[in-house]
Design a protein around this ligand. Structure first.
Ligand SMILES: [Zn+2]
Length: 197
């Protein structure tokens, strides 16, 4: 089976999301470390985030050899978006002199934990978390990654805290189209059966 895919967003060309993907500037730099299992998933929201932000990079792997360089771009302080008892709330960095390099593991809980285990430099980074109460629009996959939010939603929330009052909502447009498309393809009946209350 080989359907023609858009080389940029990796969607079938008939469902290319590129026209909806913005090109946003941010003071924060975002580094997405994506587990290989996520690459071919239909809901690859980390890729949407990386494409929509000019100051973002997505790297696929499980062990990252270049971490000493990746985690130390001049002028940034690296923080890992991942829960921990001593994680600081994102708000603590809302008005820092030195912008954040926000490092975001993308994978299921299990895969993300494994990535930290395999990359001690990653595990050693100071951690930041989002405030509770974020409501996901992600209705299709249960526990898609760290926290209850999809990766692109988590990044939007983080940036909105760090760079208020700038809005990063446009990053969600292709994501929302993707979800609507998935639900339509699945059939509303199946959707209600699997995900309705
Ligand atoms: Zn595309």
């Amino acid at each position: 089976m080989s359907r023609n895919r858009c080389a940029r967003c990796l969607r079938p060309q008939t469902h290319c999301l590129c026209p909806l993907i913005p090109s946003l500037d941010s003071r924060t730099r975002v580094l997405l470390l994506q587990h290989p299992c996520e690459v071919s998933h239909a809901l690859n929201t980390a890729r949407l985030a990386a494409l929509g932000l000019n100051n973002a990079e997505l790297i696929v792997g499980e062990v990252f050899e270049d971490l000493p360089t990746l985690l130390n771009p001049p002028g940034y302080q690296a923080r890992l978006l991942f829960p921990a008892d001593d994680a600081q709330p994102m708000q603590a960095y809302a008005a820092t002199d030195k912008p954040l390099l926000l490092v975001v593991p993308d994978g299921t809980w299990r895969k993300a934990r494994k990535m930290l285990h395999l990359n001690p430099l990653l595990a050693a980074l100071p951690r930041v978390t989002l405030a509770d109460g974020g409501v996901s629009r992600y209705r299709l996959r249960k526990a898609p990654g760290p926290g209850a939010l999809s990766t692109v939603e988590a990044i939007v929330q983080a940036l909105q805290v760090l760079e208020a009052p700038t809005s990063f909502e446009p990053l969600l447009r292709p994501f929302e189209a993707l979800i609507e498309g998935q639900i339509a393809a699945m059939g509303e009946e199946t959707y209600q059966k699997n995900h309705g209350r």
